[in-house]
Design a protein around this ligand. Sequence first.
Ligand SMILES: [Zn+2]
Ligand SMILES: [Zn+2]
Length: 408
Amino acid sequence: MSVARRLTHSTQHNGKPLQFNITAKQDHSVPARLLRLLQSRGALRPGSGLVTGVIGLVLAVLSLLAVLAFHFPEYLTKPEIRRRYDVELLRRVLLGALVLSGSFALLNAVLGRVRWLAGTTFALVLLSAALGGHAVPVDPDFPDHTPYIGLDWLVLDLLGSALLFVFIEKARPLRRQQPVFREAWQTDLTHFAVIHLLVGLLMAVTNGAAHGLVTWVDPDSLQAAVQRLPFPAALLLCVLLADLVQYGVHRSFHEVPWLWRFHAVHHSAKTMDWLAGSRLHLVEVLVTRSLVLAALLMAGFSRGVIDAYVVIVGFHAVLNHANVNLPGRRLGPLRHLIVTPSYHHWHHACEPAALGRNYAAHLPFIDRLFGTQLLGTPPWPERYGVLEDDVPEGFWAQTRHPFRRRKT
Ligand SMILES: [Zn+2]
Ligand SMILES: [Zn+2]
């Protein structure tokens, strides 16, 4: 049996259409139906109205959150990004999302498909419009140093990443039958949301820890040399240093038993796609980001170089988990230079030969250097997850998992 065929078989259980399991005794109220929709998984049946219904609902929810962010920018937006974006462009995007969402709802209502979903979506669109929609005025003098949650960051990154990566995954799928709403999508979406909403707190703790570590050393001469480098050279060096530190931290999370309890959360994903990379314990996020940032600050990289690295790592980390058929072999010699989805999928493989392999996030030669490289054959593993399979499903259960007493 070919590898492609085996892969299809191994994920076939994900290919079921969304089922509401409606029985005579089931609650048909809208909240109960919404709850069942949120708990469902599988492919959305074409022609049932679910594709347009779900896209419309997602756009309506994101639009409502965006309207709230316009109302309370001091508490619901991230200062570092709100200073940069084009507010007029965002208002047009919000208007477009509201019109599209409302149109899908109207279409489904007229065609008599999933009317309860269309009604809910339309109600959310009307609520957004009643709250001012895309035209909510923003006081230019709102206070700048208030505690906040990154609601704008969540809405923008979720919309942008979903559009980009769902497109890439549909254009070049690795597992064609794996649906967008695959097994455990709820857990990973919750991890994604929490990491984005807590961005301010995570940044404050990371910056504090990193600057605290930097005060231990006095690397003035090194910093001066790094700051004289041209931008492209500095960025390359920054990626190299960050990946070396990330390698050490990542390997420690695998090899130190109590640290593994945190990192096992990331490895518990049994389905790989763009969202699976968000499954990270907050302690691991804080430790890894703090140590990498401390190293970059010690080396003296400028804010511009570090910001560019953050964009690269954000994109590359998501791509490496994606359900996209980009095996290293097709890239020829480039596969030795840059980590590919195939390379990182093998890091997640649930088989003994792959344990403790492919720690690098960007540069595979680091694994080669330390003897931990596995150039997988076949190019993709069949199964993902933790060998012991002892990590529970769900965000809260996974957050508590490392602190639980182990059964003996
Ligand atoms: Zn790992
Ligand atoms: Zn990973």
